[in-house]
Design a protein around this ligand. Structure first.
Ligand SMILES: C[S@@+](CC[C@H](N)C(=O)[O-])C[C@H]1O[C@@H](n2cnc3c(N)ncnc32)[C@H](O)[C@@H]1O
Length: 268
């Protein structure tokens, strides 16, 4: 499968963007995972671990009798994750692509992959690989975005959703590009991969406080290189940045962040 480029900053430069995701989604992700099968002593694979926030939490949950293997295909992320991990957290980090997990020649009790599939060109194939590396009875925890669900009221060009053209599953193919709305398809393709669904739900953070809206400025900075490469001019980017500064300070302004779809599924 072809390896795509990741559109955001990585390592220390990308930390604040991941911190924003963590603040908005970690509490719901953690309670969902606890509810659907994470136990002490489990062997966990964290796919696309970033700088390892969730991996460290997994290590504390499974304890010394468990094992956490955290992989990311970006050397800088793995380096930053190792720096943030103390000796008490027993985690093995590996620079490895989600596409290559069969090379591990290991099976796991739980595979977690959060906010990664919507960056991949072949998300459907990747879910099938998760099925392969799970033990019988093992759990897949997935969480992916629906960027289309973003909204602002009052409306602003600095934060708007769009309506994607919806294809039938028979028309969708892997390898053609990333799908920022893969979250809305997670249920369907997890079932197609052979899993039994335990639970599936949407999480939609609402940003209404200045402290919640200001981190979007960091997101804009981290995405700037990609935005310019995709055709946005410096002037357009500056205008968007200034408008984001304005709405962050406007206490009448709410923003619906990207929604996420969480799934817990079992290999029966
Ligand atoms: C938005 S971050 C999510 C990090 C983490 N899962 C979390 O929820 O905090 C996406 C991560 O996926 C990694 N990634 C992208 N493509 C990958 C691939 N093919 N295999 C493994 N990791 C990948 C990126 O390097 C990045 O660290």
């Amino acid at each position: 499968m072809s390896e795509e480029t990741y559109d955001f900053e990585v390592g220390e430069e990308g930390q604040k963007g991941l911190d924003l995701l963590g603040v908005l989604f970690n509490p719901t992700t953690k309670s969902f995972i606890k509810q659907y099968g994470l136990q002490e002593g489990m062997k966990v694979l964290d796919v696309g671990c970033g700088t390892g926030d969730m991996s460290r939490w997994f290590a504390r949950q499974v304890g010394p009798s468990g094992r956490v293997l955290a992989i990311d295909n970006n050397e800088n992320q793995i380096h930053a994750a190792k720096l943030k991990t103390s000796d008490e957290d027993i985690i093995e980090y590996k620079c490895l692509s989600a596409y290559d997990i069969l090379q591990l020649k290991e099976t796991f009790d739980l595979v977690c992959c959060r906010f990664v599939l919507h960056h991949l060109h072949s998300p459907r194939q990747t879910i099938k690989l998760f099925f392969e590396v799970l033990n019988s009875g093992g759990i897949y925890i997935g969480e992916e975005g629906l960027i289309n669900a973003a909204f602002a009221f009052p409306a602003t060009f600095a934060w708007e959703g769009y309506m994607p053209e919806m294809k039938l599953p028979s028309e969708e193919k892997d390898g053609l590009g990333r799908d920022g709305d893969f979250g809305m398809k997670l249920f369907y393709y997890t079932k197609q991969a052979g899993f039994t669904i335990l639970s599936c739900q949407l999480v939609h953070p609402l940003l209404w406080k200045k402290e919640q809206k200001e981190p979007l400025l960091i997101g804009l900075q981290e995405f700037k290189k990609t935005a310019l490469a995709q055709g946005m001019t410096e002037e357009e980017w500056q205008k968007k940045y200034q408008e984001t500064q304005r709405i962050a300070l406007d206490d009448n302004q709410i923003l619906g962040f990207y929604e996420s779809c969480q799934i817990a599924a079992k290999k029966t």
